[in-house]
Write a protein that binds this ligand. Structure first.
Ligand SMILES: Nc1ncnc2c1ncn2[C@@H]1O[C@H](COP(=O)(O)OP(=O)(O)OP(=O)(O)O)[C@@H](O)[C@H]1O
Length: 659
C-alpha cells in the first residue's frame, strides 16, 4: 500500500491562473508505479488471446510439473484418451444410425447396430471414469500449486533486503502478487477445461471433416462473431476489475483497520466508526457502479454475439440440409454431423469462455512472477564473509538516503562503538537515530561511506550470519502469538555447557524484568501470549516490552541495539534495565537510542544528531555543559516546576483537591 501524494498537477485545487494555490488533501490511494496491466487489458484481442493461451497452459502445466510430475502425466494421458474416445463415440454414431436406417428386420438391424452401440456406450462410460480421474488429479494438484506459489512468494519477500520495503510500490506489488497466489490454484482447472474443450473440438472437427470437408470451415466462420463478442466481453470484465481494483484493495485495508484489535479502542474513543464506515460505503458504491457499467456493456456484447451466432448456426444447418437434399451426405452421416456440430460448437464456446478466464488469471499470475523478479531485484546479495564479534562497529563518512527522499536521512556520519561500550544516539524526532541504528546493525546498507564491523564493510558480510550477531529491540517490537519461551528464544534456544535452554531464558528474563511477568503467567514459560488467538494470555504494554528486552538479552549477539527500550516501563523496571546495562555491555557493543536524557548518563559516548548530521559527539559530562543541542535539550527536559509535595512527616489528612 502506498500513501501517495497526488501528482503536482492534481494538487492545484484553485482555478487555473489563480495565484494562491491550496494543496488538496492527500488520500490513501492504491497505486502501482509503472502498472502495465491497463495497457495489457486493452490489448486483449482474439489474436493476443490465441497467442497467449498456449503460454498460459504451458505455465500451469509447468507449475504442476514442479509439484507432482506423475500426476501431470496421468492428467495429460487421461485428457488425450478422453479426446480419442470422444472421436470414436462420434464415429460410432454413424454406424448406429446407418444400421438402424438400413433395410431388414428390426432384430437384424439392432444386431448390426450392436457393435457401434457397445462402442458408443463404452466410450461414454470410460470418458465418465476419466472425467472423475481428471477431477481427482486436479483437486490433488491445485492446492499444492497454490502452496508452492505462496512459498515462493514468501521466500522472495523474506529474502529481500529490508530496504525493499521503503521502495514505492513494493507493498502494492506484494499485495497484487498475493492475489496471484490466490488464483494460482484455479489455473490448473482452467487449463484442464481448455484442454478438454480443445480435445473434444479436435475430435469432433475430425469427424465433421470426414462427413463433408465444407462443414468445418463453415462452422469456424460461423463461430467467429461469437468468439469476437466473447473476447470483447472478457476485455470489458477485466478492465472493470482493474478499474475497481484500487477501491477493492481500499475496502480490504479499511476492513482490517476497522476490526483490528489494536485500533478497536481508538475507533470507539475517537467515535470514528461512522466516519470510517462512510468511507467504506463510498468505496463500495464506486465498485458497484463500475461493476454495473461493465455488466451492462458485457451483456450488450453477449446479446450481439448471440444474435450473430444464432444467424451463423442457422446458415450451417441450412448448409447441412442442402448437402443431405442433394445427396452429398447420407442421413446417417448427417446424424453424426449433428452431434459433431454440437461438440464443435461447445468446444469453441469452452475455449473462448475458459480462455477469457485463464487470460485474467494469467494477468494476476504475471503480478506474482513480477514480484518474484522484483524481490529478486532486492534479493540479499552481499558478500560471504562470516563475521564474529563484532568488537568494533564503525561508521565512516556514512550517508543514507531513503528511496525517492528529497534529502539524505543521514549525512557524513563518523563514529564508532566498541565491545564493552554504550553509545547513545540522541536528537530530535526525525533526526536519523533509528536509521543510523539500523545501519550499524547491518539491516540497511549505506548509500555512501561505510559501516565496518571489525574492519569488514557490512556490504561484504554474509547478511544472515551478520544478523545472527545482532540483537535489536525496535520501537515497535513484535508481539508474536507464541509461548513466552518462544517469544524470548525466537525459536533458537541456546545451551551453554552444563545449563539447560531454560536457564538462558530465565537469566535473560531476570535481566529485563520479564521474570516477574513469566511468574504471573498461568503456565509460566509455556503460556501462549496472544489473548485473541487460541485462548492465550494477554500482557500489558510494559510487560510486552520486558519480554522484547529479554528476547534481545537472550541472543548471543556482539551488538545490542536498543531503540527507546524503556518507553513503556515503570520507573522500577526502567531502573533495573539501566543499572544492568553496564553488565550487559561487558561483552557487547551497545547502541542506545533514547529521548530520556537522564538515561544517557550510562553511555560512554553520546552522538547528537540533527537533521541527519552528527552535530555533537562526546561524553555526558562534556555535552551537558557545553553550549549546543544536547545542552538545550537537557535544559528543556529538566525545565519543570517541581510539584509541591506535602511534607512527608505531616500525616494529617489533606483537603481533597477539586477539579
Ligand atoms: N521508511 C522510510 N522511508 C522514507 N523515509 C523514512 C523512512 N523512515 C524514516 N524516514 C525519514 O528519515 C528521517 C529519519 O527518521 P528516523 O526514524 O531515523 O528518525 P528518528 O531520529 O529515529 O526519529 P524519532 O525520534 O521520531 O524516532 C525522517 O525524516 C523520516 O521521515
Amino acid at each position: 500500500m502506498t500513501q501517495q501524494a497526488a501528482p503536482p498537477d492534481e494538487q492545484d485545487a484553485t482555478p487555473a491562473g489563480a495565484d494562491n494555490k491550496q494543496p488538496v488533501s492527500e488520500e490513501l490511494r492504491w497505486e502501482i508505479p509503472g502498472d502495465r496491466r491497463h495497457d495489457a487489458g486493452h490489448a486483449i484481442t482474439l489474436r493476443t488471446m490465441a497467442r497467449r493461451l498456449p503460454q498460459l497452459i504451458r505455465r500451469a502445466m509447468g507449475m504442476a510439473w514442479q509439484v507432482d510430475r506423475n500426476s501431470v502425466i496421468a492428467l495429460l494421458v487421461c485428457q488425450v484418451v478422453s479426446g480419442v474416445l470422444e472421436a470414436l463415440g462420434l464415429l460410432a454414431v454413424t454406424g448406429t444410425i446407418t444400421a438402424i436406417f438400413a433395410s431388414g428386420h428390426i432384430t437384424e438391424r439392432l444386431h448390426q447396430a450392436a457393435p457401434s452401440l457397445i462402442l458408443l456406450a463404452s466410450a461414454a462410460g470410460v470418458r465418465a471414469v476419466l472425467g472423475i480421474a481428471i477431477g481427482g488429479l486436479s483437486t490433488r494438484l491445485s492446492p499444492r500449486i497454490s502452496r508452492e506459489a505462496e512459498l515462493r512468494l514468501l521466500d522472495a519477500a523474506t529474502h529481500a533486503e529490508l530496504a525493499a520495503y521503503d521502495h514505492p510500490g513494493f507493498n502494492d506489488r506484494w499485495d497484487a502478487a498475493d492475489r496471484g497466489v490466490e488464483v494460482s490454484q484455479d489455473m490448473l482447472n482452467q487449463s484442464q477445461n481448455i484442454i478438454a474443450a480443445a480435445a473434444s473440438l479436435i475430435a469432433a472437427a475430425a469427424v465433421l471433416t470426414s462427413v463433408h470437408p465444407v462443414l468445418l470451415p463453415l462452422l469456424v466462420l460461423a463461430a467467429l462473431p461469437q468468439a469476437i463478442a466473447g473476447v470483447r466481453g472478457a476485455r470489458l470484465t477485466y478492465l472493470a476489475s482493474l478499474e475497481t481494483m484500487k477501491d477493492r484493495r481500499l475496502l480490504g485495508n479499511m476492513r482490517w483497520h476497522l476490526v483490528d484489535k489494536q485500533n478497536a479502542d481508538q475507533i470507539r474513543s475517537g467515535t470514528m466508526a461512522d466516519f470510517l464506515l462512510g468511507r467504506y460505503r463510498a468505496a463500495g458504491a464506486r465498485v458497484d457502479a463500475a461493476t454495473d457499467r461493465a455488466t451492462w456493456a458485457s451483456a450488450k456484447m453477449s446479446l450481439i454475439g448471440s444474435l450473430a451466432g444464432g444467424l451463423a448456426a442457422g446458415a450451417v444447418w441450412a448448409a447441412l440440409l442442402f448437402l443431405i437434399s442433394t445427396g452429398r451426405v447420407s442421413v446417417a452421416s448427417a446424424g453424426t454431423a449433428t452431434f459433431a456440430l454440437r461438440s464443435v460448437a461447445a468446444g469453441l464456446h469452452g475455449i473462448i469462455g475458459y480462455g477469457a478466464i485463464i487470460f485474467r488469471t494469467g494477468m494476476y499470475l504475471d503480478d506474482w512472477s513480477d514480484f518474484l523478479d522484483e524481490a529478486g531485484g532486492h534479493r540479499i546479495a552481499r558478500g560471504d564473509t562470516v563475521p564474529t564479534g563484532p568488537s568494533v562497529v564503525r561508521a565512516e563518512d556514512l550517508t543514507y538516503g531513503y528511496p525517492y527522499a528529497d534529502r539524505p536521512a543521514l549525512d557524513g556520519i563518523t563514529l564508532e562503538v566498541r565491545r564493552g561500550e554504550v553509545l547513545a544516539l540522541v536528537g530530535e524526532n526525525g533526526s536519523g537515530k533509528t536509521t543510523l541504528s539500523k545501519l550499524l546493525a547491518a539491516l540497511y546498507l549505506p548509500s555512501g561511506g561505510s559501516i565496518t564491523w571489525d574492519g569488514a564493510d557490512t556490504r561484504t558480510l554474509d547478511a544472515h550470519a551478520a544478523w545472527a550477531r545482532v540483537a535489536v529491540v525496535p520501537q515497535d517490537y513484535a508481539k508474536w502469538p507464541l509461548t513466552a519461551r518462544d517469544n524470548i528464544t525466537l525459536g533458537q534456544p541456546v545451551t551453554v555447557h552444563g545449563s539447560t535452554a531454560d536457564d538462558a531464558v530465565n537469566s535473560a528474563a531476570y535481566a529485563s524484568g520479564a521474570d516477574e511477568v513469566v511468574a504471573s503467567l498461568r503456565s509460566g514459560l509455556d503460556t501462549l501470549l496472544a489473548r485473541e488467538w487460541w485462548g492465550g494470555q494477554e500482557l500489558s504494554g510494559g510487560q510486552w516490552q520486558r519480554v522484547a528486552l529479554a528476547r534481545a538479552f537472550h541472543r548471543d549477539a556482539g551488538l545490542l541495539v536498543l531503540d527507546e527500550p524503556t518507553a513503556a516501563l515503570d520507573p522500577r523496571a526502567e531502573h533495573r534495565i539501566f543499572t544492568g546495562l553496564r553488565e550487559l555491555a561487558a561483552d557487547r557493543a551497545v547502541v542506545l537510542v533514547t529521548h530520556r536524557l537522564t538515561n544517557v548518563t550510562v553511555a560512554d559516548k553520546i552522538a547528537v544528531l540533527d537533521q541527519g548530521r552528527l552535530v555533537q559527539y562526546g561524553t555526558f559530562a562534556q555535552l551537558r555543559d557545553a553550549p549546543g543541542l544536547f545542552h538545550d535539550l537537557w535544559v528543556l527536559q529538566n525545565d519543570r516546576e517541581p510539584i509541591a509535595v506535602p511534607n512527608q512527616d505531616d500525616h494529617r489528612p489533606q483537603d481533597p483537591v477539586l477539579f
